[in-house]
Design a protein around this ligand. Structure first.
Ligand code: 4AD
Ligand code: MG
Length: 462
């Protein structure tokens, strides 16, 4: 007999038919005559109720059906007597796949703290909250591919191991096969990488953008969607050392086209989540964040505010508020400033453009004022920066002089520079932090709770 997923059972509601379900026991209750088992198989947040006539089953089998155990149940789908569900299974056969020791099973019925569940990340998928979060994470990932595919963008797989520092921030994890206790040295004492695996220093990528640009300048519109790595020592609810980023890159887009795409993209993803993850979102709205559904609706329905960095600084300096980090033109905005603009001043998502060139990456297109670049950051309520992007500098001489000004090694970037020599074109792109976006959609307050196995400073368990 073929197994039916619980989600399909609830959808079909074909009472009277024989069914086979398989899943993990959430709870078991009952008495000497009748047993009620709440079974979950991950296909939906809802459990199917299994009703077993205790006299028809072996005592030892029933004793082994404890919270966490895995079972297969054959039986008839019937109309439920209870209030909580429409249908339930009247069991005729139960097979025990895996026992679960009730005393040591970490997930008890009482609510657990997020910290505790993080320490039990191998089992936290079995909670309602994490089941919901990871189903939603999947739905958003799917919607991202759908959005770009429908628009004619190509999914480009950029390398994970690179020899360049795309963001120029130096926050990279080194990749090497060298013996760390016995490093080969050059005469001047520096490390000799010629015998390393790639014959030169390499690292895990911080962004697929530079390679993405090469693709866009031939294929037109591409996007990447892959893991990126940052060795920044930031222990915050918004930072991971390994996170996933979506980076579209488009030939012939200027900064305004770029902003339009970013806004349309995130609104589409929110709409998709709301339309396809109703039950999970309603659960999270009830249990995690009461404002969640309303916030999703609000962001989807309202135009994002667009201001320049200079305007942002004016708003912040004239606000009657004590800042922990003082606001000065030329300094990067801190989380407290971003949140003020989004949550207090405008009360909606804000796109800030035209940042000072000195606080942004080398590849951004320089404005005529000589001071600012065509950068854009999209700021979201509760999250802060969710997207960073820009129009790219497509003029060879300007790009080269910026690279030299920053003392960046030209030899690592010759291929990037060549695209500006051979048929350069105006182009733009941005990067959406996938986990920050999943945080926004799920209402989870810590980024570690929206990625299956978070990597953060001093933590690489599982
Ligand atoms: O602003 P960032 O550094 O931009 C880039 O990497 C560009 N190359 C993107 C592009 O133009 N193609 O990062 C983009 C986004 C941020 O807005 C943030 O959402 C996320 O990536 N992000 C992180 N998310 C989790 N943990 C971290 N440590 C993150 N650093 C950046
Ligand atoms: Mg950024």
């Amino acid at each position: 007999m073929k197994r039916t997923k619980v989600k399909e059972l609830f959808a079909s509601q074909q009472t009277g038919s024989d069914v086979l379900v398989k899943g993990w026991v959430r709870t078991k209750r009952g008495n000497r005559n009748i047993i009620f088992i709440a079974l979950n198989d991950g296909s939906t947040i809802n459990n199917i109720q299994v009703v077993a006539d205790a006299l028809k089953f072996d005592d030892s089998l029933l004793k082994d059906i404890t919270t966490g155990a895995c079972i297969a149940v054959k039986g008839k789908l019937v109309k439920s007597q209870g209030q909580e569900q429409n249908v339930e299974i009247s069991a005729s056969l139960i097979e025990l796949y895996g026992k679960s020791d009730a005393l040591t099973y970490p997930l008890q019925k009482k609510g657990h703290s997020m910290e505790f569940l993080r320490e039990n990340a191998h089992l936290r998928f079995r909670t309602n909250t994490f089941g919901a979060v990871f189903r939603i994470r999947h739905a958003i990932a799917y919607a991202i591919h759908k959005y770009f595919n429908d628009k004619g963008f190509y999914y480009l797989h950029t390398p994970i191991i690179t020899g360049s520092d795309a963001e120029g921030a130096g926050e990279m994890f080194r990749v090497t096969t060298m013996d760390l206790i016995n490093l080969p040295l050059n005469k001047d004492g520096s490390i000799d990488f010629s015998n390393d695996f790639f014959g030169k220093p390499t690292n895990l990528t911080v962004s697929g953008q530079l390679e993405g640009e090469l693709g866009a300048l031939a294929l037109g519109e591409i996007y990447t969607f892959g893991p990126t790595f940052r060795a920044e020592n930031s222990n915050t609810p918004r930072h991971l050392a390994e996170f996933w980023m979506i980076e579209p890159e488009m030939a012939f887009y200027d900064i305004d086209d770029n902003m339009d795409l970013a806004e349309d993209f995130v609104k589409y993803l929110i709409r998709y989540s709301v339309d396809n993850c109703r039950e999970d979102l309603e659960f999270l709205n009830k249990m995690i964040d009461n404002g969640l559904l309303e916030r999703l609706k609000f962001v989807q329905e309202n135009k994002f505010e667009r201001i320049t960095y200079t305007q942002a600084v004016e708003i912040l300096t004239s606000a009657s508020k004590e800042w922990e980090y003082p606001v000065n033109w030329g300094k990067d905005l801190q989380a407290e400033h971003e949140r003020y603009l989004v949550e207090v001043h405008y009360r909606k998502p804000v796109i800030i453009t035209d940042y000072p060139r000195d606080i942004k990456a080398f590849y951004m297109k320089q404005n005529d004022d000589g001071k600012t670049v065509k950068a854009m950051d999209v700021l979201f309520p509760g999250i802060g920066e969710i997207i960073g992007g820009s129009q790219r500098e497509e003029v060879y001489e300007k790009l080269l002089s910026r690279i030299n000004e920053l003392n960046m090694p030209q030899k690592d970037l010759w291929w990037y520079l060549e695209t500006r020599k051979f048929g350069t074109a105006p182009h733009s792109g941005f990067g959406l932090g996938f986990e920050r976006f999943v945080q926004f959609v799920t209402g989870m307050s810590n980024i570690r709770d929206v990625i299956p196995f978070p990597r953060t400073p001093k933590n690489a368990e599982f």
